[in-house]
Design a binder for this molecule. Structure first.
Ligand SMILES: Nc1ncnc2c1ncn2[C@@H]1O[C@H](COP(=O)(O)OP(=O)(O)OP(=O)(O)O)[C@@H](O)[C@H]1O
Ligand SMILES: [Mg+2]
Length: 269
C-alpha cells in the first residue's frame, strides 16, 4: 500500500528537516517518493538536496496560472461565473513539473494556496485536492507533505486524504499546545492516525516530560530526534541534512520513525 504522510507542527520545530530526511531515507531504500512542499515560504528543495541552480528555477504549482486555467477552466483571480470543471486532470502533473532531489526523491512545490477548505471551490483548491487524491496510486509509493506552520491549513482540502499526520514538537509548552490543537482538528477532518515526533531533544528528562504531556492528549510519541547543531549548519548552507557529517544520531532517529510508519502502513492494508 501507498502511504500519504503529512508533516505538521508549530513554526520552526523541524517539519522540513524531518520531511526531507524521511523522504531521502525512503528513496535510498528504492521506494518511489514524492514530496509536496505546501509551505508558501518553501525550503524543502534544499532539504532533499535539489541543486541551487534548479531550486532557483522552480515555479510553484499555484503560480502556474495557465496550468490551473487549462485544468479547471477558470483562471485564478477571475470570476467563477463561467464553466468550472471540478475535477481537473492531474495524472501528468508529477511527470511534467516535479524536480528531482537526491536519492530519487521527487518534489512538487505547491506555493501559496489562498482559499480555505470546506466549501471552497476555488480552482487552486480543486486542483490540489485532486492532486493529492490521485497522486499516490501505485503500490509502495510514498507521499510526504511538508505543511505550513500552525493550524490554518487543517481547514484545507490538502490536509484531507492523508493516511498519517506527523506532528513535530520541540521541548517547550507552545509547540506542545499547538500539537494538541492539531490533533483535535485533524481528528475533526477525519485523519485518525496522528503521531508526534519530538525534535531537538537534548536530554532523556525532556523526552519524558514531553511524552507524558502528549500522552494526556492521546498523542503517541513515534520518535525522538536529538538536537544536533550540524543541522543548523546544513540549513545555513542550504544543503540537505544527509549531506553533512555528524548527523548519524539524527538519521538513526528518523529510521526509528520510519519503522513506526511501516507499522501504520501494515495495519492500514
Ligand atoms: N534536531 C535538530 N537539531 C538542531 N537544529 C535543528 C534540528 N531540527 C531542525 N533544526 C533546525 O531548526 C531550524 C528550523 O527547522 P525547519 O526549517 O526544519 O523547521 P520548520 O518546522 O520546517 O520551520 P517553518 O515553520 O519555518 O517551515 C533549521 O535551522 C534547522 O536546521
Ligand atoms: Mg518548513
Amino acid at each position: 500500500m501507498a502511504l500519504k504522510i503529512a508533516v505538521s507542527g508549530k513554526g520552526g520545530v523541524g517539519k522540513t528537516t524531518v520531511a526531507g530526511i524521511l523522504a531521502r531515507l525512503y528513496g535510498r531504500e528504492g521506494k518511489e517518493v514524492l514530496v509536496l512542499d505546501a509551505d508558501p515560504a518553501s525550503n524543502l528543495a534544499s532539504a532533499i538536496g535539489v541543486p541551487k541552480e534548479i531550486r532557483e528555477k522552480i515555479v510553484p504549482i499555484s503560480r502556474m496560472l495557465d496550468l490551473i486555467e487549462e485544468r479547471t477552466g477558470v483562471r485564478p483571480g477571475s470570476s467563477y461565473g463561467g464553466v468550472f470543471t471540478i475535477n481537473p486532470k492531474v495524472d501528468d502533473i508529477t511527470a511534467k513539473y516535479a524536480v528531482e532531489g537526491k536519492d530519487g526523491v521527487k518534489l512538487l512545490v505547491l506555493g501559496t494556496i489562498n482559499k480555505g477548505g470546506g466549501g471552497c471551490f476555488c480552482p487552486e483548491s480543486a486542483l490540489l485536492k485532486n492532486l493529492i487524491r490521485h497522486l499516490v496510486l501505485q503500490k509502495n509509493q510514498y507521499l510526504i507533505m511538508d505543511m505550513e506552520a500552525g493550524l490554518e491549513h487543517l481547514g484545507r482540502a490538502s490536509s484531507r486524504n492523508m493516511d498519517v499526520m506527523l506532528v513535530v514538537v520541540e521541548p517547550g509548552m507552545r509547540s506542545l499546545e499547538t500539537a494538541c490543537k492539531i490533533k483535535e482538528l485533524a481528528n475533526q477532518i477525519g485523519i485518525q492516525r496522528i503521531m508526534a515526533v519530538l525534535n531537538k531533544a537534548s536530554s532523556r528528562s525532556e523526552k519524558d516530560v514531553v511524552e507524558e504531556t502528549l500522552k494526556k492528549s492521546g498523542l503517541p510519541l513515534a520518535a525522538t530526534i536529538p538536537f544536533n547543531r550540524m543541522l543548523i549548519e546544513a540549513d545555513l548552507k542550504g544543503i540537505s541534512p544527509l549531506d553533512v557529517e555528524g548527523t548519524e544520531d539524527v538519521v538513526s532517529a528518523v529510521q526509528e520513525l520510519k519503522k513506526e510508519l511501516e507499522k501504520e502502513r501494515a495495519t492500514s492494508q
